[in-house]
Every structure is written in structure tokens, then in C-alpha cells.
Design a protein around this ligand. Structure first.
Ligand code: F6R
Ligand code: MG
Ligand code: MG
Length: 364
């Protein structure tokens, strides 16, 4: 059976500030998706949130980038926005860049990650959702999961994975993509993906063509032409039986790597893996958070979620993230805590820079 898994997310209002989500917004979204399920448009759904981002996880048989599904997500975000306005939540409708839906939600503000798959006899899936960071945050873990034999034992041991994976990398500035075959082209790919705000791993495929992973790659500020917050990303990864094991997929997150985002989308900070109930970035609007929702698909039904980072094995990563935060926060507005000037172009800084621009005088 072919099933499409669509994860579509947007920040439609924060509670309090940008730190979390009011439970009413979840209720409104659940109500909308329940109706769509009753009407037969969806097979199943799960609504959740990370920080101030509302996450719609949906299964159906319509394929990726389907107009009806995207309209459902759009309408759901609009309804949640209305509720956010009533409660005067912060930044109501923040990510919705238009008043009217134009057929495809891509390019309209919300982030999307979708895959159509032939459901296996058992189909374990992990959905990562992050707040206060950007899609480049997945480059490091995706490389570890699908490209690093020190992370993923299956790359060495499992004959089904031993051939490696193909990585589709997007150049977000030039709107071009390139595919690398690993392990052969590992060094070539690493020349690019280390620049995580420029080159983003969009998808990973097994060598037989089966999709293994897909991420959201929307850059909101580039769409809007002004700073509207970071593009808090999502990532879908298939697990087991020829794909990396669940534990191999979670393993990179036991190290809190540095990502761009945090306060005003303008600072580097550690990505802290947290259980669902701790996904409320508050210190300096962070540090950036990631949650992992595990599901078993059963004829398109979402059996789950299991809260995959609700495990003391990730306590050390959380501790490390706090230690890095204490260290790096001391630098205040100095790089590399603050992003480079090039990346700051997509924040509110250029507005302030205008003030001093004309006061420069030539030097001999
Ligand atoms: C980061 C984020 C927050 C805000 C900050 C200022 O992605 O959403 O750190 O940038 O709280 O928000 P405004 O400008 O809305 O007061
Ligand atoms: Mg927000
Ligand atoms: Mg957010």
C-alpha cells in the first residue's frame, strides 16, 4: 500500500512570547484534522508542537504536494491563527505570508516535509522537529546517520546498507541541487555541507532508490524578503530493516552540536534534545530544541508517538548543551556566538546598520 506522510508546520502564535504554544491552538488543529479524517481525506493525523511551532503530522493516499492536503494544512493554520488572535498570543499568524491560499503551501511560509512510500511489513518512522534553529541543523545528524560508520554500525555490518546512500544537497542561495553518492563522494560532499546555512541536505535515498529521509528546507526570510523568524525545521527518517536502526538514528543527538538560531535567529548555540514536555525554549529564547516522535505506520495509521528523547541516555547531551550555553553566552554580541555578518543579512541587523553607514570616512 502506498502511503504519503506529510509533516507541515508553522508558527501561528507563541505563548508566552516565542517560548511555547497555548493548548487551545493544539485543540483547534486537532478538531480541523479530525474533520478531515472523518471526511476521508486523511487516513490519520497527530498534532503536536515544539516551542512555538504547530506541527501537523498527516497520512493519506494523495501523494506529495497535493493541493487538498496543503489547503487543509493552510486552513488549519488560519483557524489556529484566529484563536491566537482571540487570545492575543504573540505573533499570531507569524509564518503565514499571505491571506489567500494559492494551491501549494510551499513558498507561503509554513515548512513541509513529505514522502510517499510503499509501507513495509513494519514501518518504524522518526519525525524530528526543532525550534529556534534552521534546516541546516539537520546536516550534521544526517551525515552521521547515513554516512558515518562510527555512528551507524549498519553501514559496516548490514549487507542492505553496506552500499551506502545517496544524498541530495540543496544550494539555498542559487536554488540548485546536487546528488552525492556515499561513501565514494564523502569528501566532496563534506566540502559543502559543513556550510549548513548555504547547503542543506534535503533528502537521502538508498542506492536502490528507496527514500530514507526528507527534511523541510524552506527559508522564510528569503521568501518574505525580510526577517520573520527562523525556519524551525522538521525531518522524517525511516528506520530498521535496511535503513539505520532507531538507535543509530538517535545517536548523533547524544552530542549537542552547534546550530544557527537561538535569540532573534542570530546566534550559534547547542541543539538540545528534549522530551516533548521540555520543548519550551526560554533561556535567551533557547537554547535551540529538538524533539523526536517515533511512530509505527500500520496501513497508514500513526501508531504512536513514542517520545524518543525521554530517556536518561540523553541527559548528558542536555547537560552538555547547558555547559556550552553558559560558555558561549559570555560572548554576548561577539562572533562566533553571534552569526557572521553574511548570515546576519537575513536578520533585523541591516536596519540598524543603516544608521552608521553614512558616517564612514575614507582613510588614507
Ligand atoms: C527566534 C525567535 C525569538 C525572537 C525574539 C524577538 O527564532 O523567534 O528569539 O526573535 O524573541 O522577537 P520580537 O522581535 O518578536 O520581539
Ligand atoms: Mg514565534
Ligand atoms: Mg519557532
Amino acid at each position: 500500500m502506498k502511503v504519503t506522510l506529510s509533516v507541515i508546520k508553522a508558527d501561528v502564535g507563541g505563548y508566552v512570547g516565542h517560548s511555547s504554544m497555548h493548548p487551545r491552538l493544539i485543540e483547534v488543529a486537532e478538531e480541523a484534522l479530525r474533520k478531515a479524517k472523518d471526511d476521508g481525506l486523511l487516513i490519520d493525523y497527530h498534532v503536536t508542537r515544539v516551542g512555538d511551532d504547530l506541527e501537523l503530522i498527516m497520512t493519506h493516499t494523495k501523494g506529495v504536494e497535493n493541493g487538498e492536503i496543503h489547503k487543509l494544512a493552510w486552513d488549519t493554520f488560519m483557524e489556529a491563527t484566529e484563536e491566537a488572535k482571540r487570545l492575543k498570543l504573540y505573533g499570531a499568524g507569524q509564518d503565514l505570508l499571505s491571506d489567500t491560499f494559492s494551491g501549494n503551501i510551499k513558498g507561503m511560509g509554513p515548512g513541509t516535509a513529505e514522502m510517499e512510500i510503499e509501507e513495509r511489513p513494519s514501518e518504524p518512522i522518526i519525525i524530528f522537529m526543532a525550534d529556534k534553529t534552521s534546516p541546516g541543523a539537520w546536516n550534521f545528524p544526517l551525515f552521521k546517520i547515513f554516512g558515518d560508520p562510527f555512528n551507524t554500525a549498519g553501514l559496516v555490518i548490514d549487507p542492505k546498507m553496506h552500499g551506502g546512500f545517496n544524498f541530495e544537497v540543496l544550494d539555498v542561495y542559487e536554488h540548485k541541487k546536487i546528488t552525492f553518492s556515499l561513501p565514494e563522494e564523502m569528501y566532496d560532499m563534506l566540502t559543502l555541507i559543513g556550510a549548513m546555512e548555504h547547503y542543506i541536505i534535503q533528502a537521502v535515498y538508498r542506492k536502490d532508490g528507496e527514500i530514507a529521509s526528507i527534511s523541510s528546507t524552506q527559508r522564510l526570510s528569503m521568501m518574505a524578503g525580510r526577517y520573520v523568524g527562523k525556519d524551525d525545521p522538521v525531518l522524517i527518517v525511516r528506520a530498521q530493516s535496511g535503513f539505520p536502526a532507531v538507535g543509530e538514528i538517535l545517536e548523533p543527538f547524544a552530542y549537542a552540536h552547534l546550530v544557527a538560531g537561538w535569540m532573534r535567529g542570530s546566534h550559534h548555540g547547542p541543539l538540545m534534545p528534549v522530551p516533548f514536555h521540555q520543548a519550551n525554549p526560554s533561556r535567551f529564547d533557547g537554547p535551540p530544541r529538538v524533539i523526536a516522535a517515533g511512530f509505527q505506520l500500520a496501513d497508514g495509521k500513526l501508531i504512536g508517538p513514542r517520545d524518543m528523547f525521554d530517556d536518561p541516555a540523553f541527559d548528558e547531551a542536555r547537560k552538555l548543551a547547558n555547559e556550552i550555553s553558559n560558555y558561549i553566552r559570555q560572548m554576548g554580541p561577539f562572533e562566533p556566538h553571534r552569526l557572521s555578518l553574511e548570515e546576519m543579512e537575513y536578520t533585523t541587523l541591516p536596519e540598524v546598520l543603516k544608521k552608521v553607514k553614512d558616517r564612514f570616512v575614507d582613510v588614507e
